[in-house]
Design a protein. Sequence first.
Length: 133
Amino acid sequence: MGRQGRSFVSTGPTASEIDATSAGGALEPVRAYVGLRSADSLEERAQLLLDELIRTDAFDREILVVATTTGTGYLDPHGVDSLEYLWNGDTAIAGMQYSYLPSLDLAPGGPGRGRGDQQGHLPDHPRLLVDAS
């Protein structure tokens, strides 16, 4: 896991810090992250992330967020921390790095003028599966 992933999973409010601003009873928020070097393929990295969400019982949380990172894997702490405070830690946030390049370098017409290698790995028709049971 790279620098951005390590920062994401090791920072953020703890249950006791959330309790200090709430009525108490906060849960320890779940943060799951998979870096680009964690596995060779996008499918293998997605499986690692799913495995971590299952291991941490993330699907039992009131809020489960699949967050989009920047190109280098950064997730803005202001956004994720505030969500954890708002929901008293009953949250799970998952992120996955998709490039080593900054997002601007991946944008069409951006400084790198390319779309990045990961574009070729995205499915033509992405699917979101939701189990509401």
